[in-house]
Design a binder for this molecule. Structure first.
Ligand SMILES: [Zn+2]
Ligand SMILES: [Zn+2]
Length: 810
């Protein structure tokens, strides 16, 4: 019988489907500690289909699912589609095909591809974020956010592509250019919906401690949230009643302030600019408006700015300090103004050097050390110098003292700030969830009643964005015109849509209760499954999806919709699968490998084993088609071994084989549980196979355990061998084998050694030492050696684990 993978794989995929093998229910026979929620980051169903990088994480979670199912757990492992997004919309603009049609087609392709890999998803729970029955609840959550004051509309500067005529997200700006067309992105003020994620900054930060996530992802979230402690300080403006408020983490450098900088958009700029400086300031503001935030804050860029002509009064020295504007200060960060300390801040230093402003040293690494002029600012902590009565204090002491002084004199106060900003939540796009709000002249922004949800996308004739930067929904005039739910007067619907991150903020909840018509997810079902125990996906979502989803989850917790404070307890990232040339796979490099080709040539089991054998899950690794052939041979050898070798019901197992079996059970179990070392589990199975191939008969228990161990990795071949050997269906209903620690060590035995029938000594060996090795050990034993001397050995007789008799000539 040869390994006919094509028929075997088709047969078992059909069997699993027909028998609903991987569908789960909230079965209370499983105790609470035997319920696991294992989740993959769901894909965007692009027109290009699955790429070999996608299934890497899916295969890993599939192995975990099979393993824990055999260990007696109830496992939820669902799959769905994150289907709103740009590519379908761009395709619609080009071809006039409705994005819903393209999306449905792409989902069909993805699903077929995923099924061809034999992944054990519970397809009865499949979700699609573009399905109105799904986005009804995305809109519902938005209404709740609005009701609690966490969603608001205001004019905010956004990234705008002058060629695509639309606003785009920060993450869609690559090196200052539009990711779609390469045009330089400008800043444009448009009325936007924002979500107050900032209200959750502290909890999003401190609850990271509760999570078993890779450290680098936690650090990225910490940095993104960017908490800093320091002081707010007010500077009086000379000849005006206004004050400029700044925030600084280093109030101890107050004596080093030699100029102030406002963001060009700061509301005081026009007021305080002197008539002499007006033209220069206007020109500079115009110049800045064409730049993206990323460009403005780039550390390497040349510093630019303009002087307003006005001054503030230093609160301690009472000196006049000039007020400048510069694009390296963002209005959206902090107070939109800084006190510049060029002696101790690199950007301030570069600016001061360029515009010939004073540079004063106020911190020294050791008491009293004064620097020469330098191109590098001293940014460390140290001891105060040139700071009046504070000279000699350490940075920490100085900060405490000066904040006290500020507070007593109403100059400033202790403050905490976060880099995190409110989430710009509207897009001028067609293919997104409509925002369920109307605008009424009398009542302002009014939410539509919950009973009107889902608010479906209207049909439009053009999916293209409009010249004015409005969403294509604005063209659906009949849809836009509505009545105000509050006063009954005429009102207009919101025409912006939600960003493509909205649907993925809560999808893991819907899998738990996908068909619920009355709530987004019933509490009793959530209590059965939540939180997600193991979440596997790519690193690129570190501060986007993973932060947004935590925010929504915390909000849902606050309004009593979920029962846990965090959505995902354990997170693991899979590494990238690179092309054979060690470069990132991309169409333009021509190094993309299509999983369909691999599956049809080598089989799904080979593909699965190969991807897991490439290296630890989390590292990036290059594809290699030659290695995949080795994996195929490995599976062929397994198939041949168990279909052609005699399997015996004997209870006697060779010590060496028994120990190898226990060792393999232990290692494969531990490697699977590590969610990383799937590769070394496979290596262990290769060692196990190599040994088994030396036997003419295989004890049944060894065969059973071998097939069970390989089953999570290569489920089709395992099912086939199981049905052949055991005449039973689905190995996944069988228990995972246990190992015995006592069987992991080699057993020692003492062998009596006779020479010509007379006892001459003994040797200590293990039960796995071969006869040949024992003869050599006996021959080199001091006691025995002298009886053999240089005489010829005629014959040896070995009674295993007992006696070795050496017959020598006269
Ligand atoms: Zn563009
Ligand atoms: Zn009204």
């Amino acid at each position: 019988m040869s390994y006919d993978f094509k028929n075997i794989e088709k047969k078992w995929q059909k069997y699993w489907d027909e028998h609903h093998t991987f569908e789960v229910t909230e079965d209370n026979n499983f105790p609470e500690d035997k319920r696991l929620y294992i989740l993959d980051m769901f894909p965007y169903p692009s027109g290009e289909g699955l790429h070999v990088g996608h299934p890497e994480g899916y295969i890993a979670t599939d192995i975990l699912t099979h393993y824990y199912k055999m260990k007696g757990y109830n496992i939820l492992n669902p799959m769905g589609w994150d289907a709103f997004g740009l590519p379908a919309e761009n395709y619609a603009i080009k071809t006039k095909t409705h994005p819903a049609i393209t999306t449905a087609k792409n989902i069909g392709v993805f699903k077929k591809q995923i099924k061809s890999l034999g992944l054990a998803y519970d397809w009865s729970r499949e979700i699609n974020t573009t399905d109105p029955d799904y986005y009804k609840w995305t809109q519902w959550i938005f209404l709740k956010l609005f009701e609690k004051g966490l969603a608001y509309k205001k004019e905010a500067p956004i990234n705008f592509c002058p060629s695509c005529l639309t606003g785009i997200a920060n993450e869609e700006v690559k090196e200052g250019k539009c990711e779609r067309c390469g045009t330089v992105v400008i800043r444009k003020n448009l009325p936007q919906w924002l979500l107050k994620i900032t209200v959750y900054a502290e909890r999003l930060l401190s609850d990271l401690e509760l999570l078993d996530w890779p450290e680098d992802i936690k650090t990225m979230q910490q940095n993104w949230i960017g908490k800093s402690e320091g002081a707010y300080i007010n500077f009086d403006i000379e000849n005006f009643n206004d004050r400029i408020e700044v925030f600084t983490t280093r109030p101890d450098t107050i004596y080093g302030v030699t100029y102030m900088v406002l963001a060009p958009e700061h509301p005081l700029v026009d007021k305080i600019t002197t008539s002499k400086q007006k033209k220069e300031i206007e020109n500079y503001k115009h110049y800045t408006s064409t730049k993206s935030e990323l460009e403005r804050t780039s550390l390497i860029k040349d510093k630019t700015g303009a002087f307003t002509g006005s001054y503030v009064i230093h609160p301690l020295t009472k000196k006049k300090i000039p007020i400048w504007i510069s694009d390296y200060i963002l209005i959206s960060y902090g107070t939109g103004a800084i006190m510049a300390v060029p002696g101790h801040d690199q950007r301030d230093l570069e600016f001061a050097q360029k515009y010939n402003l004073d540079i004063v040293q106020v911190v020294s690494p050791q008491k009293g050390v004064i620097f020469e002029k330098s191109n590098e600012a001293f940014i460390e902590e140290g001891f105060a110098v040139n700071s009046g009565k504070y000279d000699g204090l350490t940075t920490g002491e100085f900060i405490r003292e000066i904040i006290k002084y500020f507070e007593e004199n109403k100059i400033g106060k202790l403050g905490i700030t976060y880099k995190l900003r409110d989430w710009i939540f509207s897009r001028q796009r067609y293919w997104g969830e409509p925002i369920p709000i109307v605008e009424c002249k009398n009542c302002g922004h009014v939410p539509i009643p919950e009973s009107d949800l889902p608010l479906k996308l209207p049909e439009v004739t053009s999916f293209s964005p409009t010249e004015t930067g409005e969403s294509p929904l604005a063209n659906a005039k009949e849809w836009v015109k509505t009545t105000c739910p509050k006063c009954g007067g005429p009102a207009l619907r919101e025409t912006n849509t939600m960003p493509n991150w909205a649907g993925s903020c809560w999808y893991y909840l819907r899998y738990i209760d996908p068909k619920n018509k009355t709530s987004l997810c019933a509490m009793e079902k959530q209590k059965y499954w939540l939180p997600v125990d193991i979440y596997v996906g790519g690193k690129e979502h570190a501060v986007l999806h993973l932060l947004y989803a935590r925010f929504w989850h915390k909000f849902l917790y606050d309004i009593g919709c979920v029962s846990t404070t965090e959505p995902f307890i354990k997170l693991r990232n899979q590494g990238l699968i690179l092309g054979e040339d060690n470069q990132k796979m991309s169409k333009s490099r021509g190094n993309v490998v299509n999983p369909d080709d691999i599956v049809s040539e080598f089989g799904a089991d080979t593909f699965r084993i190969y991807e897991m054998f490439m290296g630890p899950l989390e590292v990036s690794k290059p594809w290699n088609t030659n290695s995949i052939k080795g994996m195929r041979r490995f599976l062929e050898r397994i198939f041949t071994l168990f279909t052609q070798t005699k399997i015996v019901k004997s209870s006697v197992i060779d010590d060496k084989l028994e120990r190898l079996m226990h060792k393999s059970i232990q290692k494969v179990s531990a490697d699977i549980e590590s969610i990383s070392s799937f590769n070394t589990a496979i290596s262990q199975m290769m060692i196990f196979l190599n040994e088994l191939e030396n036997y003419e008969e295989i004890p049944e228990i060894v065969a059973i355990n071998f097939i069970k161990l390989i089953a999570p990795f290569a489920p089709h071949i395992a099912e086939e061998l199981w049905s052949i050997l055991m005449s039973k269906n689905s190995i996944f209903n069988e228990p995972w084998p246990d190992w015995n620690d006592d069987k992991l060590q080699q057993k020692e035995v003492t062998i009596a050694v006779q020479v010509n029938g007379k006892l001459r000594g003994q040797v200590n060996v293990t039960t796995e030492t071969s006869e040949k090795e024992i003869i050599e050990i006996a021959k080199s034993n001091e006691k025995i050696k002298k009886y053999i001397s240089d005489r010829q050995i005629i014959k040896t007789i070995y009674v295993p684990k007992k006696i070795l008799n050496i017959l020598i000539g006269g």
